[in-house]
Structures are given as C-alpha cells and as structure tokens.
Design a protein around this ligand. Sequence first.
Ligand code: ADP
Length: 501
Amino acid sequence: MLSEVLNRVSQGLIAVSESDLVLYFNDAANAVSSDIFNEQLVIGLEIPEVRRRTSAGSIKYLLSMSRTGGEEVRAFMETQNKYGTDLYFEIVAAPFKTERRDLTNVLLLMITDVTENKVFEHKLLSQAEYIRTLFETANTMIFGLDMRGYVTQWNRQAANITGYSRDEVYARRVREFLFDDESLGLFECYLQRILDGESVPGLEISIRSRDQKIHHLLASVTPRLSTNKVPIDVTIIGQDITELTNYRSSLETMVKLRTRELQRALTKEQEALEIRSRFVSIASHEFRVPLNSIAHTGSVLTKNVEFMAADDVRNHLNDITRNANHMSVLLDDVLDYGKKDQAKIKLVKTEVNFNEFLESIFEDVRRSAANTHKIEATLPSLEFKLSIDTKLMRSIVTNLLSNAIKFSPDKEKVYVEVRLELGQLSLSVKDDGIGIPMEEQSQIFEPFTRGKEAMEISGTGLGLSIVKKSVELMEGTLLLESEPGKGSCFTVVIPFQPIHV
Ligand code: ADP
C-alpha cells in the first residue's frame, strides 16, 4: 500500500543503507535512473555512480556528506540522455528520520527533474547577457537613474560622450555634473510627464561633457515599475545629435540668409516694376502733350501755310520749337537718371572758384526759365576754390533751382544760400511756393514720383532722384523742410576742404 503511494509520486525516491546499498526505489526513480546512473538500480546492490559527476562530487560523496552532517545536502547534476539531450536533476540526500532502529542510518535520495527550469534559467541568463552586451556596445548613450536622480547605469557610449567613466558617476546625481539649470529643468519636467503616464515623444536635451562641450541628445526615457506599479528607476537612451543639430542650425541660417537675399531681390524687382509703371504714366502724359501739340501745329501749317500771314507761321513754328525743347529737357532728365542709375559712377573732380561756378549756373537757369524769377544768392564773402565734380554739382543746383522756380509760379524770387562751417559746405535752395505735404516728403525722391499738387505743372518726377543720387555720390546729405502753401527749402551738405584763392 505504501509502495503504491510512493510510486504515484513524481519525484524519484531511493532509500540507501549505511553501506550505500539500495534498499528501495520508486517508479519515478526507476524511470530516470538510466539518465542518471551508470548502471541499473538493483535492490540489495550498491548504489551506482552517476553518469556525470555533479559539481558537488559523486553520489557517494553526497550521501557521505549528508550522513556526517546529519542533514539535507543538495546538488545539481547535468547528464545527457541516450539521444544526447542535456538533462538537469536536483538530487537531495537526507537522513531518513524514523523511530525504527534498523533504519537509523538509512538515507533517502530525492531526485527531481529540473530540466525545464534549467532551460528557462539558461534562456533568461543568455537573454540577460544579450541585453547587457546590447547596453554596453550600443552606439547610443544609455544611462539609468534612480528616483532621486542618482546614476545606476552608465554604458560605454555614455562614458565616451561625456568623458566621465562609470566609476566616476556611480552614486552621483546627474544634476551635479551633467546638466546645466535650464536643461535640467526641461529634463525633469519631461521625466515627470512620463512618470505621470503621459506618452511623450523624444526630447531634445543638452548635456555638458567633462571638457565643457555641449552635446545635444535626442532622448527617450523608460521607467521601470515595481510589481505594485511604483517607478523604481528610469533608463534614458540618448542619441547624440550634436552634429545634426549644428548642421540643422547652419542650414537654418543659410535658409534665413537666402530668404533675405531673395526678399531683397524681390523688393528690387518690385521697385523696378513700380518705377517702370510710373515711368509709363509720366511718359505718356509728359511726352504725349507736347508731341500732340507739335503734330497738331505741324498739320495746321501743312494745310494752311499758303494762306497764313508770316507772323502766324512764325508763331506756330515757335510753338513747335518750344514743345520740342521741352521734350528735349524731359529726355535729358531721363537719360541723366539712366546714367546715374548704372553701376557706380566715378567722381571727376576739378578745381573751381565756387562763387563763379554758381553764378554761371544761375545764368543758365534764369535763361531756361525765361527770367520769371530773381535768384537772390547769399554767398561766402571770401572767394574760395573747391575741388568738386562739377557735372554732379551743376545737376544738383540746376534741378533744385528749376524746381524752386517751377513750384512758386506766382512769386518773383527764389533764394540760394551757401555756408561753410566745420569742414562742410551747405547749399540751400529756398522758395515761397506751393510747398510739399508731409506725407509726400519721403516719396518725392523716388524716380518718376510727383506730388499731387504738382500735376498741373509739367515734369518727369526725376529731378529730385537725380539730386539724391548725385548727393550720395558726393558722400553728402540732403535735407528738406517744407510746409504746404508756405514754401520749401532743400539743403545739400557735402564734406569739403577749401582752397583759398
Ligand atoms: P518733377 O519736378 O519733374 O515733378 P522732381 O523729382 O524734381 O520731379 O520733384 C518731384 C516732386 O517733388 C514734384 O513733382 C513736386 O511734387 C515736389 N517738389 C520738388 N521740388 C519742389 C518745390 N521746390 N516745391 C514744391 N514741390 C516740390
């Protein structure tokens, strides 16, 4: 009855006498005996030796250990079955505690097949080894932190990037050496969101290496939870993207630069388009009117010349000449502007007696304005010579004076004042004419731009842009003071070295 019960037990049981003779074995022991022992188990014969020795020694050694110590002794044993499969057994030798005197020194061997556990353990171990190698040899920085921020793991790449060896960082807090305040704040905030269970995409953080270099990491953080879901520590995997980040920012700078260049080109293009359209509208008005007049007068003359009095013919011819002259002046403006608009013009300086030079310009202007206005000039009493580009200076003074006369039609005088002070020459041209509204004052220096009030008076809108360019070429400045209805004053200031006559 007892032996029937013992035969149902899955554990192999063998009773061994004081002199290592087999006293009893159950079915389970019999079933595994060929995998474990060199020979058959036979009752009354000595217990056979194991096929392979355990690390703790032989079966007999195990028995003698248990016998001497009077307690359980445990050993693991690896064998191979006849098919070559590795098997693992746990063998426990224990004193057989009983009241029966004849059994006092009997030992019980308990044999358990632990192959499955062992295989599982091997798998776990090799997986752990695999993970360890992966962790160590990964080309990303991997480090672990406990919940107080102390370093618990530090792989080779972490040491490579930061310059701190594992021994140096273990049991140190990352905030002490790896982050500066700003990136630490960012990192801790990110960490908190992850611990709160949020799913957060990778974070870009900056760390400072031992040599004070900043490295940019694309980091992902994985917390490890205890069985009751409390975070124990976190593992941070950080890809060093410093080069990429630098590359990205240099690309961004390049894009910004290119965009600015493009914008500039675009603005220029727009300006050019605007100038063109302004030119078309000015040209169509300013050139068409005199041209129509010439064509009309011409055709009147052609049809009626035989019947006309000589004076009438002369008047008509004068009209044609006047209109043609007017067109020629307009055309000169356009050509002059075109020339100055081209690549940088070189200054051609000559020495002139400035007062005489101005007088000659006044003379020209008066003549072409049909002496409608008196030019009242206040010039330095001391005659002096000046080395200047006379062409540019002439075009400045002529344009300003013609405008002053043109835009003060019902006045009799315009004023010129020249002052010399602190290495500068200032020349003002003033009139008491129609003046310029504030909102137009910044625009009128653009080519082909004319004031609203000026539309009644002929012009191309080029004069002031020519003046502005000429003044710039002479490295001077151009100032304007004006009030509608009261008049305008344009002042040119240029650097100068006087040469006294
Ligand atoms: P234009 O005289 O051919 O119109 P400008 O470039 O010389 O071209 O002048 C541009 C505009 O500036 C004029 O149309 C006019 O509105 C204004 N302007 C220039 N000079 C004067 C002035 N002395 N008084 C009033 N308005 C002026």
